[in-house]
Design a protein around this ligand. Structure first.
Ligand code: NAD
Length: 288
């Protein structure tokens, strides 16, 4: 494949940026990959494992002359990073982010950016429970969706070029309005994560069942919950604080449904349980 951006700056060197670095390098998609992370330890590890062509000690130095800047830091840090790099961006550069929430990132980042740079927010729907500079791998995005949420005045050529990069890294891409993205992700990712966190929390304080029993006898469902509940606490704290309204909406609906089923169990209403499970089974069969 051929080079899509001459110089790419990755700000934040964790799972997502690291996976981008591997995928871009494998595909020959960037002329040069420059990295920066806030922690000196992360920068040292990135240098040691050769994650990027160059790791800089400041965000300003990393974005200098970059054609594409990727903000791959926790959602709550996006605004501060944007303010720091804004004066150093190359005119005509594209800036994107990979945050799991879109509207609050747009609100935090866009006001800092100078005219003449193209801000195209994005979100790869791919991840693992691992984090940090050693956790990335080239195939993370393969056959996964990478949603872009361009602003109404985003330059179509800049959007098309970023879409080319995303596809060249193996992902499928689509454009979506930011607010709608946040509602969809509240249903498909954010609320399920919260439920996983609470299920694992329940197992932890239920003292009549030992930790050993939980691990030894956990069936696939609970094992999946523990994997999800092992996800990075900083990232997920920020997701819930920044997708507050949509997550609360979905959790409100979830607790209503839970009470319906709880009552059906208490009343021995097998028909209601059967009908409910039949409906959800039909939804699953419609998806795959
Ligand atoms: P990570 O914890 O693996 O990496 C985050 C990196 O950001 C680290 O290198 C950290 O040192 C750096 N960092 C933190 N604050 C910083 C700051 N103020 N300035 C510069 N660097 C800073 O996280 P990740 O999983 O790569 O997540 C990064 C972004 O991608 C988040 O916004 C997250 O919402 C999003 N995302 C994550 C997943 C996932 O499953 N992990 C999936 C899709 C999107």
């Amino acid at each position: 494949m051929s080079v899509i951006y001459d110089r790419v700056a990755l700000i934040g060197l964790g799972l997502i940026a690291g996976s981008m670095a591997h995928a871009m390098r494998d595909g020959g998609l960037a002329g040069e990959i420059v990295g920066y992370a806030r922690s000196a330890e992360t920068r040292d590890i990135a240098r040691e494992i050769g994650l990027c062509d160059r790791v800089e000690d400041s965000a300003a130095a990393a974005v200098r002359d970059a054609d594409l800047v990727v903000l791959a830091v926790p959602v709550g840090a996006m605004g501060d990073v944007a303010a720091e790099i804004a004066p150093h961006l190359k005119p005509g550069a594209t800036i994107t982010d990979v945050g799991s929430v879109k509207q609050s990132v747009i609100d935090a980042v866009d006001p800092h950016l100078p005219a003449g740079v193209h801000f195209i927010p994005g979100h790869p729907l791919a991840g693992t429970e691992h984090s940090g500079p050693r956790s990335g791998f080239a195939t993370l995005f393969r056959n996964r969706w990478w949603l872009l949420t361009p602003l109404p005045d985003s330059d179509p050529d800049a959007v098309a070029r970023l879409s080319d990069l995303v596809r060249a890294m193996g992902a499928k891409t689509d454009n979506m309005e930011a607010g709608h993205h946040d509602l969809v992700l509240a249903v498909t990712s954010h609320a399920p994560h919260l439920i996983a966190y609470t299920m694992v929390g329940v197992a932890d304080h239920l003292r009549r069942v030992t930790d050993e029993e939980v691990i030894q006898y956990s069936a696939a469902g609970f094992r999946d919950f523990t994997r999800i509940a092992a996800s990075d606490p900083t990232m997920w704290r920020d997701v819930f604080l920044h997708n507050r309204e949509a997550t609360l909406d979905i959790l409100g609906r979830f607790t209503e449904e839970l009470f319906v089923l709880q009552r059906a169990i208490r009343m021995g209403d097998g028909q209601q349980l059967f009908d409910y499970f039949s409906r959800t089974r039909a939804i699953r069969r419609g998806i795959i």
